[in-house]
Design a protein around this ligand. Structure first.
Ligand code: GUN
Length: 295
């Protein structure tokens, strides 16, 4: 079997084209979606991610504003900025790039972002929404994985899904989103013994750990769908995921490459959440206007 290599750039482009149209439709009603991006410190990976996010906003017509702080900035300064951004009507999404320096209490930062502007989906309300099945903003990376599966026509209902990695940003929300779509979900993590006994059962295997070559061909079922969320830089500078891509592509039915698989989708779903936030606000305003006219 030779796998279909899923092109995340292509899937992203289709979604971004739709977003551009929605942004244009809002512009006709005088609204430009706005995203505020906050970065603290000089983590090189964060700098690249933030640059990509800001550039992508420009591509679909979202107005982005970037706030960069030195690593030694006080938490209160950042909380004050978030409080201010929460009140601004031209801001529809607020994102604080993680990780933050050690003197920050990340939970305090994330819980201060208004639920209606939490386009990363990290606020406890949105996390709770994932559990109860009514989230406001799905977190971007797992949301991107679901969109890839939908785009490829891969059925989720009733499938055995194994998620390797139990982070708050990817693994846990991924598992909840797929469970919501009636998959049978198993989560593996750093303490899982004999990983292969679980991964071999997967119809859909999602791997988000950060270890090159963690998943080898003998650990997957023939014909499985493999979604590789890992991004690892090898000593020779090459970017790879968490799976043995060359080995797996002759055994599975679908696989995402690294780079060019899930990565572009994460940024695209951030744009999608920001556009959805602006549309929701417009909808709420229109409904309020109608109610006040009727009364
Ligand atoms: N750091 C790594 N991934 C993410 C993400 O999706 N959002 C934010 N805010 N920070 C991150």
């Amino acid at each position: 079997m030779t796998a279909k290599i899923i092109n995340g750039i292509e899937v992203s482009a289709a979604i971004r084209a739709d977003l551009r149209e929605r942004v244009t439709a809002m512009a006709d009603r005088g609204v430009v979606p706005g995203l505020a991006v906050i970065k603290v410190g000089v983590d090189p990976a964060s700098a690249v991610y933030v640059r990509n996010k800001v550039r992508a906003c420009g591509e679909v017509g979202i107005q982005s504003s970037q706030y960069d702080f030195e690593a030694n900035v006080s938490q209160q300064t950042v909380l004050d900025l978030i409080g201010d951004l929460n009140e601004r009507p031209n801001i529809h999404g607020i994102l604080v790039q993680l990780p933050l320096p050690p003197h920050f209490a990340i939970a305090d930062i994330l819980q201060t972002i208004s639920v209606d502007k939490d386009v990363d989906g990290f606020h406890l309300y949105n996390v709770g929404g994932l559990v109860a099945g009514g989230t406001v903003f799905p977190p971007c990376t797992p949301y991107g994985v679901v969109k890839i599966l939908e785009h490829e026509g891969i059925e989720i209902e009733g499938k055995n899904v194994v998620v390797v990695g139990a982070s708050n940003i990817v693994g846990k929300p991924m598992a909840l989103m797929l469970m919501q779509r009636d998959a049978t979900v198993c989560i593996c993590h750093a303490k899982t013994r004999d990983l292969a006994q679980f991964t071999i059962l997967a119809d859909i295997l999602v791997v988000a750990v950060g270890k090159p070559n963690l998943i080898l061909p003998e650990m997957v079922k023939t014909g499985a769908v493999v979604i590789d969320v890992g991004i690892n830089r090898l000593p020779d500078g090459k970017l790879v995921g968490d799976t043995d891509f060359e080995g797996l592509r002759h055994k599975v039915s679908h696989i995402t490459p690294v780079p060019g698989g899930v990565g572009p989708m994460t940024v695209t779903m951030l744009l999608a959440n920001t556009v959805a936030s602006a549309e929701r606000r417009l909808q709420t305003q229109s409904e309020r206007l109608l109610t006040s006219v009727a009364s």
